[in-house]
Design a protein around this ligand. Structure first.
Ligand code: FES
Length: 204
């Protein structure tokens, strides 16, 4: 009569680790075990220990990766727009443009065209002149529609190619296909001259 297989239980009567060493869970001799268990005869306690340790390691690593990823996304959104250090360049006389008037310039030399717009007596804004949708040139314009007459709506930046609109003060897209804001050029009024002083690089 063959010996009774050892009782396998996780309760109070479970065998000590030393007793469970190399004993298959069903108690049958190794020759009767499936091939995969004969190929990998790992001691049972060791097997459980490795599994728990690997699981804890996996949870810790994925948690750390998740937290690092969140910080990276927040950091990119907060600091993604950097200002490139460039020498100041005179780009217009203050009296050259009426309020609402605009002119193109290149800054730095050889760059894509930029657009300077006079927004008040002593205030100017400047952006890339290329629309962030498909690079058509933008112009200052009043938008009609939604029950508001064009004359009653403030000046905005318009891309006529696909009717895209941008906020004049921030460069953010307001309507139409564009989804990204216009890269901004910093400007300063010094006396009667308007200077470009830096280019805000869009987030990568
Ligand atoms: S290129 Fe400006 S809206 Fe399409």
């Amino acid at each position: 009569m063959s010996p009774e297989p050892p009782l396998i239980s996780r309760g109070a009567s479970a065998p000590q680790d030393a007793d469970r060493s190399t004993v298959p869970p069903d108690g049958r001799p190794l020759a009767e075990q499936p091939k995969w268990r004969r190929d990998f005869p790992i001691d049972w306690p060791q097997d459980e220990y490795v599994s728990r340790r690997d699981l804890v390691k996996f949870i810790c690593l994925t948690s750390v990766a998740f937290v690092v990823g969140q910080f990276w996304i927040v950091g990119k959104s907060l600091f993604g727009r950097r200002e490139a250090a460039l020498p100041a360049l005179a780009i217009a006389d203050v009296d050259e443009l009426p309020i609402g008037g605009a002119k193109t310039f290149r800054y730095p030399e050889g760059s894509t065209p930029r657009l300077l717009v006079r927004t008040g007596a002593a205030t100017f804004v400047a952006y890339d002149q290329q629309c962030t949708h498909l690079l058509c040139p933008i112009v200052p314009a009043h938008r009609e529609g939604m029950g508001v007459a064009a004359s009653e709506r403030g000046l905005e930046l318009h891309c006529p190619c696909h009717n895209g609109w941008f906020d004049l003060e921030t460069g953010r897209p307001l309507a139409g296909p564009p989804r990204r804001p216009l890269p901004r050029v910093s400007v300063e009024v010094r006396g009667s001259i308007v200077y470009a002083t830096g280019v805000e690089e869009p987030a990568a």
